[in-house]
Design a protein around this ligand. Structure first.
Ligand SMILES: [Zn+2]
Length: 204
């Protein structure tokens, strides 16, 4: 991937959404965005939700961070980028769904599972990943431990979403639905978590 390749990509995008469909962005600007779905995804370059779901501009409100984590509700003066995105999606845009999209072979989860005392320190990743430190199961090892932790972390994030009072209220009123998804990069499968049935393949 080069910068020139990106500029060529933009030209192709422009042809599709400006030249072939001149009203597309005009309406998105005039009427504003009205996405009904928020996705909380990993920053990993392989799990872009718009590409995975073949979504058009205007359809998904996305926040991406290391390991697709939702922190707990902490309304203090710190810089809560993910919480601000969730608040905007829920309270300003009134999204009807929030999907936490986990994935296999997640570098953030690998970091959590494999970091040991004495390793080279990072300045922000340890603190960020401590949001889901309970998913590190030392009874498992290697890839099995990672796959387990990746899925459990999605469940912790769903639970943390409910710590935001205006998320909880809307879920209880039926205005908002929360979804836990996990994308298997090897099998090319999408799994969804159901409270009673656990993880089930929904596409693949
Ligand atoms: Zn990841």
């Amino acid at each position: 991937m080069t910068i020139d390749r990106l500029i060529l990509g933009f030209k192709s995008f422009r042809e599709t959404y400006y030249e072939e469909q001149p009203d597309f962005y005009r309406l998105l600007v005039e009427k504003g965005q009205k996405p009904e779905i928020m996705v909380i995804a990993c920053s990993d370059s392989r799990v872009n939700p718009s590409i995975l779901a073949k979504a058009d501009p205007g359809e998904l409100f996305i926040v991406r961070n290391v390991a697709n984590l939702v922190p707990p509700y902490e309304p203090d003066s710190n810089y809560h980028g993910t919480s601000a995105a969730i608040e905007f999606a829920v309270r300003n845009l009134n999204v009807q769904h929030i999907i936490v999209l986990g994935h296999s072979h997640c570098g953030g989860i690998r970091f959590l599972c494999e970091s040991r005392k004495g390793d080279e320190k990072r300045e922000f990743i340890e603190g960020w990943m401590s949001i889901v430190e309970q998913v590190r199961d030392d009874g498992l090892a290697g890839e099995a431990q990672h796959r387990h932790a990746e899925r459990e972390a999605v469940k912790v994030s769903l639970s943390n979403l409910l710590s935001f009072p205006w998320v909880k209220d809307r879920v209880e009123d039926g205005q908002l639905k929360l979804h836990g998804w996990w994308f298997d990069l090897v099998a090319g499968e999408l799994l969804a978590h159901e409270a009673e049935e656990g993880w089930k393949t929904v596409a693949g």
